[in-house]
Design a protein around this ligand. Sequence first.
Ligand SMILES: [Ca+2]
Ligand SMILES: [Ca+2]
Ligand SMILES: [Ca+2]
Length: 324
Amino acid sequence: MILLPITGHAQYAPQAGLSGSDAIPGTSSLIVGWASGCTVQRGYMDIADTTMGLATSGDSTLALGPADGALVSLGDSGMAVLTFKHPVYDGPGPDFAVFENGFRDPADSAMAFLELAFVEVSSDGVNYFRFPANSLTQDTVQIPMAGVYMDASKINNLAGKYVGGFGTPFDLSELSGTAGLDISHITHIRLIDVIGALSGHVTRDSAGRMINDPFPTTIPTSGFDLDAVGVIHEVGTGVIDIQKTAVYHVYPNPARDRIQVFCQTGFFASGTVRITDMAGVEICGFALTSGGNEIGIALLPSGTYLLNITNQTGEKWVERLVKY
Ligand SMILES: [Ca+2]
Ligand SMILES: [Ca+2]
Ligand SMILES: [Ca+2]
């Protein structure tokens, strides 16, 4: 066994808004769906003093739908199980994102008050498998309930590493090859609060290190505060795919100078297409009408974009566009 020194250098993606962050804004068009079911098993406000009782703030319905800042608090080692209208699958890059309500240090945009949770997935609702999590935060001085900020670049695969409004992404490919797990058909996502204590009820990362996060949090909003879980790769149904081909067609793709968006009469009396980058930031938008719509893309830098297509009745489709 080789023992490596743990250095103070950044190891993982930094806080939302900093260069190199992989935080996903709640408004990103990468997100195609949100949790539609949630059950919560509360943990204690203070697991070391159970006379205070369980965390009480919010309820499980507040974890459904888009990230909106409405929260359910899990308490020490409390759990939430999320379900979805369609299963989640392992596509390119992150597959889902978890939103909490951390907030930034007013004096340092790299630092934030964070409460963390383990993330586990299941393809049968019975057997759960945990993303290997890492915490390189110091583990000698307990982070208290208030006033001490944490560096997201020392945290990996723990929900809650990003401030409110920004999701922590998870990539199912990291669990590929796990016996008993089908990463092309995830039906349940389970979050388990990190207690964060450095003595007594300690919580350890996948390397056996103690995870330091605010403890004790002797308030009704104790522990991880779940806002939402957004889905990036959602298993569609054959019906939807057939309908989509009948509704519109984009070609060529990949493209260099221009694309045609051909919209079927009936589905598109009028509509719009917004071109965004992969983080969902809008670059330009165009009106669509029935028939062929030519869109010049010669001035776009090479890369991958999202076409966000909406028709007059508000139906939405998202299509990847590769510009070369
Ligand atoms: Ca993936
Ligand atoms: Ca905690
Ligand atoms: Ca919410």
